[in-house]
Design a protein around this ligand. Structure first.
Ligand code: COA
Length: 253
């Protein structure tokens, strides 16, 4: 069904894999289109509790937008390409389910921006991050100028976005660009274990938590707290809350 990505479901977890390992999973229009279609299916699939975004091969989540494809673009095509990339990554961010980016190696340009659109980033100790677009004569275009400063602060984001320099996993952890570093050979197992652990939590509670975090970060503390109070209350209307609390209390009797 897809030619440039792989889509699997296992134990409540959907795995979306960029599948152009020979090009270090560079993001071209065809990849973005397939991601867009797959994300629509994931959002509406009640069996899927968590999304893992990863890249085929050991070397990269993605080494950026496809430079070969962008090379001959004029302004109009560039704007459309950027807008579409932004739309697809915003779809990941707005997905009902939480998402985890798995980063074995390079996460550069659009690859770094893809990771930024996910809720959690887990990296191998071999991972490398950067926004090298300025060296190619363009700005970051799939959300990097907006999500990176929101995640790591203005200074650390400006350093990466102005210099085009790459940083290693330890530095990415230090500035908050990744949430956890694991040994390279343990990466896939660690990410699956985390995803499956989240998938075992109450579905409504996890999804409402994601909504609360997003809403609060965009709208401020007061509005976020009010949103959280409603989400908290809503959970009491679910069977999962009744079953899980009853089970806890009964175990203690
Ligand atoms: N777009 C298109 N093709 C890309 C690519 C990209 N962003 N990144 C890597 N590739 C391709 C290379 O052209 C090469 O293809 P080839 O074998 O047909 O020549 C293949 O992927 C492997 O990359 P290569 O450069 O040989 O690997 P490396 O290990 O020597 O270097 C990088 C890895 C990531 C440092 C290097 O590929 C690179 O700098 N890529 C571009 C990063 C970038 O600027 N991204 C932002 C784009 S806006």
């Amino acid at each position: 069904m897809y030619e440039n990505i792989l889509f699997e479901k296992k134990d409540g977890v959907a795995y979306l894999t960029l599948n152009r390992p020979d090009q270090l999973n560079a993001l071209n229009g065809a990849v973005l289109k397939e991601l867009d279609d797959a994300l629509a299916a994931i959002d509406g699939d009640a069996e899927i509790r968590v999304l893992v975004v990863r890249g085929a091969g050991e070397k990269a989540l993605a080494a950026g937008a496809d430079i070969t494809e962008m090379q001959s673009m004029e302004a109009e095509a560039g704007m459309a390409f950027g807008a579409f990339g932004q739309k697809v990554f915003a779809k990941i961010e707005a997905l009902r389910q939480p998402s985890i980016a798995m980063i074995p190696g390079f996460a550069l340009g659009g690859g770094c921006e893809l990771a930024l659109a996910c809720d959690i980033r887990i990296a191998s100790e071999k991972a490398r991050f950067g926004q090298p677009e300025v060296g190619l004569g363009i700005t970051a275009g799939f959300g990097g100028t907006q999500r990176l400063p929101r995640l790591v602060g203005r200074g650390a984001a400006s350093l990466l976005l102005f210099s085009g320099n790459m940083i290693d996993a330890a530095e990415a952890l230090r500035i908050g660009l990744v949430d956890k570093i694991v040994p390279h050979d343990a990466l896939a197992a660690e990410v699956s274990a985390l995803a499956e652990g989240i998938a075992r939590q109450a579905r409504c509670a996890v999804q409402q938590t994601k909504r609360c975090i997003r809403h609060g970060l965009e709208s401020g503390l007061e509005s976020g707290l009010s949103y959280e109070a409603q989400a908290f209350g809503l959970c009491f209307s679910t069977k999962e809350q009744k079953d899980r609390m009853r089970a806890f209390v009964n175990r203690r009797r």
